[in-house]
Design a protein around this ligand. Structure first.
Ligand code: DAH
Length: 347
């Protein structure tokens, strides 16, 4: 027996060397956690060569046991350490891969939106009046009968109060059918002189078609001061019209009736398509109606406790969609509200 010992230990060392070498090759080749697991089973599993060596230990005589045990256990530790080292490496690689930026990939396009044509029109109009010294006022979209009608000198029984012209809600209030009530709200709070414009949404129960929408936008204007005349109204509106539609655009006032102004007029511009010759857009009239206006009715001043003997004013109201449609040659009002990017991108 003793004579065999060196040989046994020697061949054991060789075997261990072989196992280690093979393990190095296997570990080198393992590229995934699954492959690494297979290597672990091969090196440390129940049927591994290591396991067989470990099984031998109890059978060995006391003489060989310590040396044999030491060598085999060292092998076991070496294999375990190599495996866990590779495990850490693979996990790190995987993390790096996940973070890796491929600079040859096409970039992500950040689509930038455009300002809605109505907002653009609204901003343009507001800027013109701001330059003329007007300031911006706002009022609620849910209004009372008083502000939308009574205070504006619109009597009981007036057709605009009918349910087919105004949306009423359960509380007895209504969705404002015009921005004119903002005039009253501002005058109640502010002492004259004042110059305001009031942009906002208005609602009317019209059937939707190319030129009607149950909701649209208006801009109201109001100027109150001493000695304001119809000439001031004309001058202000002509500045506005020339700024929006060009200096060649002509303006005309047609007598009309609005309960809250006296005298009242509808204001037309020479057709921006045909220049006044007559075309389909202006129904061959050469003129396009763009707003209503007039001198503030004394009854409206009385409603807000302004003395009509001391104060005069002019007012006007226009539809923003109409202005935008004329300006950009848009023929269907519904396009503003459908949010079709093919339409919106053009502005
Ligand atoms: N509120 C009117 C409408 O919706 C427009 C209007 C006309 C406003 C004359 C005014 C005005 O301030 O003076 O049809």
């Amino acid at each position: 027996m003793p004579a065999k010992l060196p040989q046994k230990i020697k061949s054991l060392r060789k075997k261990i060397e072989k196992i280690e070498k093979q393990a190095r090759v296997d570990l080198e080749q393992a590229q995934t956690q699954q492959e690494l697991e297979n290597v672990r089973i091969k090196c440390l599993g129940r049927n591994s060569e290591l396991a067989q060596l470990l099984k031998l230990i109890p059978e060995l005589s006391l003489k060989y046991k310590p040396e044999f045990g030491r060598l085999v256990n060292t092998l076991k530790r070496t294999l375990e350490e190599s495996l866990s080292g590779k495990n850490v490496l693979l996990r790190k690689l995987k993390q790096e891969q996940a973070l890796k930026i491929d600079i040859t990939m096409p970039g992500m396009i950040q689509e930038s939106g455009t300002i809605h044509p109505l907002s653009q029109t609204l901003q343009e109009i507001m800027q013109i009046f701001l330059n003329l010294g007007f300031s911006v006022a706002e009022g609620p979209e849910i209004e009372t009968d008083y502000y939308n009608f009574s205070a504006l000198n619109i009597p009981e029984g007036h057709p605009s109060r009918e349910t087919f012209h105004t949306f009423y809600i359960d509380t007895g209030d209504l969705l404002r059918s015009q921005t004119s009530p903002v005039q009253v709200r501002v005058m109640e709070k502010q002492k004259p002189p004042l110059r305001i414009i009031a942009p906002g949404r208005v609602y009317r129960p019209d059937a939707t078609d190319a030129s009607h929408s149950f909701m649209f936008h208006q801009i109201e204007g109001l100027a109150v001061d001493r000695n304001i005349s119809f000439a001031d109204l004309k001058g202000t509106l002509s500045v506005f019209i020339n700024a929006v539609f060009g200096s060649k655009t002509k303006m005309r006032f047609r007598p009309h009736f609005f309960p809250f102004t006296e005298p009242s007029a509808e204001v037309d511009i020479s057709c921006i398509i045909c220049g006044g010759k007559g075309c389909r857009v202006c129904s061959f009239k050469g003129w396009l109606e763009i707003l209503g206006a007039g001198m503030v009715d004394p009854n409206v001043f009385s409603a807000v406790k302004y003395d009509p003997q001391h104060w005069q004013g002019f007012a006007f109201g226009m539809g923003v969609e109409r202005i935008a449609m004329l300006k950009y040659g848009i023929t269907d009002i519904r396009l503003f509200f459908e949010n079709d990017v093919r339409f919106l991108r053009q502005f």
